[in-house]
Design a protein around this ligand. Structure first.
Ligand code: ATP
Length: 295
């Protein structure tokens, strides 16, 4: 029996812009992605016995995600099976810590972890770039999640450029108790008439200078115009954290999670505790965390 463990980290979008839409419905994006230290834990076990078709068993502690062949983890393994002719049974155990449908790429990062694990177990010669090519057909965030850190993601998520590490800071992520469908938010975005676009190139400059306040001030997300209108609590959460000293507070991905950037980890922790004290009955998930650069 052989076994490998994977840590599947969540991401936030320091900024997110939509530049256009292809005929097949995919959107052309420009986003700065950042890995954070909130993660799912996956264990992959194989008996190493050749079989005629790969049997995949997924055990998960989450009742919120699909099981079996619909799960992104299993779909990612199936892509590897088809591409590399893998004929070994696989048992996968998932401990889900990342909130589902939250804008933090929970499914994508699990899928990316599955690609890495299958590569490491069966086809170690396969490069990260190959995994990214396989992943993009399953989800726009998967190529980024294969390698993580601070990156610029463009095209439909497959054009990646590693950026200098974003300056370390205190971070709070806060997810109100609503689940958002990414597809629905993009559909509504397409019918918006006027949109204010973030200046992502200026944010890259701020990151390159290690200018935390500059980077924070340039956070922006065009999808917030849609999700923020549907769920006013997003704006209320942002106001709360700004009143507690956040340099910036913005929505990540298609939402509804809000991230708040603080000058220090201590300030972030104090603000997270203050939010919990005041909003306990609102059922928000509040997590003080930090950036991660190498996965
Ligand atoms: P993104 O930020 O990439 O848009 P998200 O964080 O908003 O993603 P996910 O948590 O990835 O959203 O969930 C999106 C959908 O994928 C949900 O409907 C969920 O049921 C489905 N899904 C399939 N497999 C998984 C998985 N392993 N973990 C989480 N969600 C999964």
């Amino acid at each position: 029996m052989r076994k490998t463990k994977e840590t599947a980290y969540a991401k936030i979008n320091l900024s997110l812009d939509v530049l256009g839409r292809l005929d097949n419905g995919y959107h052309i994006v420009k986003m700065i992605m950042q890995t954070i230290d909130l993660y799912d834990e996956l264990v992959f076990e194989t008996q190493d016995r050749e079989c005629s078709s790969m049997e995949i068993t997924l055990m998960s502690d989450s009742g919120e995600i699909p099981g079996g062949e619909d799960n992104l983890i299993v779909r990612a393994v199936r892509r590897m099976e088809a591409k590399y002719g893998i004929r070994r049974d696989l048992k996968i155990t998932l401990k889900k810590n990342i909130p589902v449908a939250a804008g933090m790429a929970g499914g994508s990062t699990d899928a990316a972890a599955a690609l890495r694990a299958v590569r490491d177990l069966f086809v170690p010669e396969v490069s990260d770039e190959e995994l990214q090519k396989i992943g993009v057909s399953l989800g726009a965030d998967i190529p980024y999640c294969v390698t993580g850190g601070t990156q610029l993601s463009e095209g439909i998520g497959e054009v990646l450029a590693v950026l200098p590490d974003a300056p370390q800071c205190g971070l709070v992520v806060c997810k109100p108790p609503v689940n958002v469908s990414t597809a629905e938010i993009y559909r509504k975005y397409d019918s918006l008439e006027a949109v204010t676009h973030p200046d992502i190139d200026a944010q890259i400059d701020a990151i390159s200078r290690g200018d935390l306040a500059g980077m924070a001030g340039l956070c922006g997300n065009v999808l917030e115009e849609v999700t923020g209108t549907m769920y006013p609590e997003i704006g209320e959460i942002e106001e709360f954290f700004v009143s507690k000293g956040a340099l910036e507070s913005k929505m990540t991905g298609s939402g509804p999670t809000v991230f708040s950037i603080f000058a220090s980890k201590e300030e972030a922790k104090r603000a997270a505790d203050a939010f919990e004290a005041v909003n306990r009955e609102k059922n928000c998930k509040v997590i003080a965390c930090e950036f991660i650069y190498r996965i």
